[in-house]
Design a protein. Sequence first.
Length: 268
Amino acid sequence: MRQAGYAAAAILVVGMGVGVYQLGSHAYKSLSAGASGVVQKAGFSLTNIVVEGRSRTRTQDISQTMAVKKGMPIFDVDPHLIREKLEALPWVRSVVVERRLPNTLYIRLMERSPIALWQDQKTTHFLVDERGEIIHQADASDHRSFLIVTGEKAPEATPLLLKTLEKYPQIAQHVTGAAFVSSRAWELHLGPRLRVKLPARNLDQAMVRLQEFAKAGYFEKADILSIDVRLPDRAFFYLSDAATARRKGGPKAKVGATVVKDTTMRGN
């Protein structure tokens, strides 16, 4: 009997010429007040809201954004409008919204995954997602495990950098920060002292050479301040003033003076 009632209500709605919504269609029209009443009596009212995939998005934000109420006519719920509103929330990547007759609104969220922190020129931090897009401002102290990157276009280049570092664990374990220089190439920070200049292209080739340097213990040598592997056939080691003076066999070099060392050299 109840199923028959549902069918009769549906026929009545169509016969009245009011807007009938079909899933996947962009043509939606609110039911008139009279038709809404008939539909509600037939059992087509919103009583269940099912949300799947929510991890970081607050339930309160979802509820306020949807702006629907239980008990309202199910055909007054606009899935397309709800999807557009939910996708504007910071953590939401995409949304599936469906009306499941007779009384359920189904929502499936695909949320964004944070992978790093971007620090702007004002030293404000923002979470970066797996596609290199900014999620929202964040407190760095709440995300101590994330790599902090700097540079105007650093966020969009961060996913590739992190994927590359995953392949070279002996390098990755030393990396404490990264700067995207001139929107072209990365400079890695290995602890408070050592800097590594990477090429804009052929990143894997440079990483292979760096991993050999890591195995040889160069990352732990206090006299090495910077390693430049931007050229494909050689690397340059920039040493501290004290190391420069020792190598020259003379008095201490001037402040800021450096020396370039070819990869064929061993030890320091």
